[in-house]
Design a protein around this ligand. Structure first.
Ligand code: NAP
Length: 285
């Protein structure tokens, strides 16, 4: 039976580290770390994420600047705000909550955020830096997954790592990070053939598909580390991962629950990125 990887505990440890460093920055350098969060429209899920980010900022001693814009905000108005935040010295990190309303080009907004303040690490410059291993920020969810794997004491070197999903925000950067830690990495997607066979070879399996209970126990190698990135809302309102937990936990050595696994890590890593941004902007790191 698998051991649970406690994302709440690991994320609390990351946030405690960040809070300690933030307090030191304030005491020793008079620097207060600031994160600006921009939300456009009234998507309830986005609202929840933004509120959680605000709470996390308070918990680690950051200033948070929230900009809740009307659904009818134009792309030009949003670009203007991003440019103002790029120049605002109180703001070390800028996060524009996605998805944006359809009339706004997300790429144009992401590209307008100063790479030094791009704490989501979505800007092409930061994405490119991940490819060459010279990054300042890592995208929050894959970075959180790496911390969770690390928390199990698993050495990634030489391990067969399988990532299901190739999105720009999870699957692709996840694969790069595992590769940088010397994993032998296979990326699977909707056109992959023999998915079950490939999964059965995985020592480390990261699942980011967005389909409830997609990976079942019979697809998991005995003793594998299984990380479930999926967050699927069922008809009964419950949150459910991409991995069928009951059958998977019988095969895995370590497994993340949903909720309480990868989810809490994403915000913790966002706080870490914002702290890094503040230090770099102050010439400390
Ligand atoms: P996405 O952009 O929709 O990507 C899903 C990926 O799954 C795609 O690459 C797709 O392949 C692949 N896929 C779909 N059906 C498949 C199949 N039958 N076999 C193999 N691969 C298949 O989703 P995402 O943004 O990466 O997110 C994935 C999940 O993680 C979602 O549930 C999301 O809510 C969750 N998530 C959680 C967090 C967190 O903080 N915990 C953060 C981000 C995302 P193609 O490329 O071929 O279409």
């Amino acid at each position: 039976m698998a051991q649970l990887i406690d994302g709440k505990a690991v994320s609390a440890a990351v946030k405690a580290e960040v809070a300690e460093e933030a307090a030191k920055l304030k005491d020793e350098k008079g620097l207060k770390v600031g994160l600006a969060v921009v939300i456009v429209g009234n998507d309830p899920a986005s609202r929840v994420y933004v509120n959680n980010k605000k709470k996390a900022c308070e918990a680690v001693g950051f200033q948070s600047f929230e900009y809740a814009l009307d659904e009818a905000t134009t792309q030009e108005q949003l670009l203007d705000l991003v440019n103002v935040l790029n120049r605002d010295d109180r703001v070390n990190g800028i996060l524009v909550q996605l998805p944006l309303p359809k009339h706004i080009d997300e790429k144009a907004i992401i590209n307008a955020i100063s790479p030094e303040k791009d704490v989501d690490a979505f800007h092409p410059i930061n994405v490119g830096k991940i490819m060459i291993g010279e990054y300042s920020f890592l995208p929050c969810t894959p970075a959180g997954v790496m911390r969770l794997i690390e928390s199990t004491g698993t050495d990634i070197t030489g391990k067969q790592c399988v990532v299901i999903g190739r999105s720009n925000i999870v699957g692709k950067p996840q694969a790069m990070l595992l590769l940088q830690k010397n994993g032998t990495v296979t990326i699977c997607h909707s056109k992959t053939k023999n998915l079950k066979e490939i999964c059965l070879g995985a020592d480390i399996l990261v699942v980011a598909v967005g389909r409830a209970n997609f990976v079942t126990g019979d697809m998991i190698k005995e003793g594998a580390v299984v990380i479930d990135v999926g967050m699927n809302r069922l008809d009964n309102g419950k949150l459910c991962g991409d991995v069928e937990f009951e059958s998977a936990e019988k095969k895995a050595s370590y497994i993340t629950p949903v909720p309480g696994g990868v989810g809490p890590m994403t915000i913790a890593m966002l706080m870490k990125n914002t702290l890094t941004a503040a230090k770099q902007q102050a010439g400390i790191e």
